[in-house]
Ligand binder design. Structure first.
Ligand code: PXG
Length: 467
């Protein structure tokens, strides 16, 4: 391969350490969401270093990380101020809990910082270690809230197909992925799902705007079917991430908001991916003008440098909970001092360098233009979409008729392998190729990302043509 965009042509497995790590990994490490047998037969790629938008593997390949780790490294790799914050906090107070009438400076400082950047009316936060725990907390909090108001029957939370809300029993139940529910008898009782607002797949002859209303009305129908006296809340990601970067039609969120208001059920925004700049605003709710009651956060809160998540609680809910005595819920590491110190340093960095504002006004419009220029006319893809730093295309058999491949998910995984081989990290979800690069890309790096993505999809198209 003599493409100047491909960083290295060194054959894999040239470094004896790689082989040792791969063998030990295969011997002892069970990977998330992975088929151990096929992974171990091939060996995992060993990532050893990160710098800006790039990763390096144990073979010395330089990789463009167009997934920001796992939708989280918003400020890019290698920011010294975040490492310093961790070091200093570890020396000062590496751990103390926030149970039993105690607190500590990092958790207090972070709480002020987060509630200041959050939408108006969000003045309280409950800490977790992850987005999954955040959504488990949401389930308990919502049910507790209604019980406090004398309506303990209001328990059902309505979510959507293809949603991703985590992998704990609660998170996986809220998630709308059948392949997760199939394992271990999920969802738990009290979770219902409606259609996701995916115009390209489900819109048929309707315009996106008409379809957006129709998809939102599925919520109303579900509330009526279940009985409003049983329904506690609706939860949704402002833009569905892991489900394939599903950008709802513009009419969708206003109608969801209206329905939640009309029936008096709580609206929960899962901001785990959308939060902290991914949409070009601090929160996806800001982008869409959604007024939620609870917001789940994680990932970009610390740019992934430390595990931390939480639930932001609107005043209207916090008032009820704070009057109601003990909320019997919490984790050893709720508000962990080191994680809080790093998250606080991350938010200060986003503020000081105006990373979100600069991205939105400068590089983002350029990146959107380049993405469309690269793919709008490409015969292998359709539904070319971007919003903030979400980028996606869907592999299609025939563009004109919106005809998708019968086994598009398998093809997308093969396409992902082509990207991986060419040192570009993109994700495959169903038949879409998706990407969520760090917010700190320069224009030059946008060129590099888009050119590389285009070349990889071209290469995959050539592979398909040869079959
Ligand atoms: N909500 C949303 C919207 C998420 O994207 C979670 C909750 C759960 O967060 P934790 O921190 O518990 O993982 C997520 C996580 C993928 C992928 O393949 C996406 C996530 C996690 C793992 C893989 O795109 N999102």
């Amino acid at each position: 391969m003599n493409n100047p965009l491909i960083y290295s042509t060194t054959p894999r497995n040239g470094n004896p350490e790689t082989q040792r790590w791969q063998a030990l990994d295969a011997a002892h490490h069970l990977h998330p969401f992975s088929d151990a047998a096929s992974l171990n037969a091939k060996g995992s790629r060993v990532i050893t270093k990160g710098d800006g938008v790039y990763l390096y593997d144990s073979e010395g390949h330089k990789i463009f990380d167009a997934m920001s780790g796992l939708w989280c490294v918003n400020v890019g790799y290698g920011r010294k101020e975040l490492a310093d914050a961790a070091y200093q906090q570890m020396m000062e107070l590496p751990f103390y809990n926030t149970f039993f009438k105690t607190t500590h400076p990092p958790v207090v400082e972070l709480s002020e910082l987060v509630t200041k950047v959050a939408p108006q009316g969000f003045n309280h936060i409950f800490y977790t270690n992850s987005g999954s725990e955040g959504n488990d907390t949401v389930i308990r909090m919502v049910r507790h809230y209604w019980a406090c108001l004398g309506q303990p029957k209001k328990k059902v939370i309505i979510s959507r197909t293809n949603a991703y809300h985590g992998s704990t029993i609660g998170g996986a139940s809220l998630s709308g992925m059948n392949y997760m529910h199939e394992q271990g008898d999920l969802p738990i009782p009290g979770i219902a799902h409606i259609e996701q607002p995916y115009w390209y797949a489900n819109g048929g002859e309707l315009s996106p705007e008409e379809y957006g209303i129709k998809a939102a009305r599925a919520l109303e129908n579900k509330i009526l079917e279940l009985g409003v006296e049983n329904v506690a809340a609706f939860i949704g990601e402002p833009v569905q991430g892991a489900g394939g970067i599903i950008i709802p039609p513009t009419t969708y969120w206003p109608e969801i908001q209206r329905i939640c208001g009309h029936y008096g059920i709580l609206l929960i925004a899962d901001e785990v991916i959308c939060g902290f700049g991914r949409t070009g605003e601090w929160f996806g709710s800001d982008y869409y003008g959604i007024k939620p009651h609870l917001m789940t956060i994680a990932k970009g809160l610390s740019s992934g440098y430390m595990p931390i998540g939480g639930v932001l609680v609107h005043d209207s809910i916090a008032e009820v909970l704070m009057e109601a005595g003990d909320f019997n819920h919490g984790f050893t590491y709720s508000g962990h001092p080191v994680a809080c110190a790093v998250a606080a340093a991350n938010i200060r960095l986003l503020q000081r360098e105006r990373i979100i504002e600069k991205m939105k006004s400068d590089v983002m419009p350029y990146a959107h233009q380049r993405w469309h220029d690269a793919f709008d006319d490409h015969p292998l893809v359709d539904d070319v979409r971007c919003l903030g730093y979400f980028f996606a295309v869907t592999l299609v058999e025939e563009k004109a008729s919106r005809k998708r491949f019968a086994h598009g998910d398998a093809l997308a995984l093969q396409c992902r392998d082509v990207c991986f081989k060419n040192n570009l990290i993109m994700r495959a979800t169903n038949d879409s190729m998706i990407s969520a690069p760090p917010l700190i890309m320069t224009r030059k790096q946008v060129d590099e990302f888009v050119d590389l993505a285009r070349r990889c999809i071209d290469e995959f198209q050539e592979q398909l043509a040869r079959r």
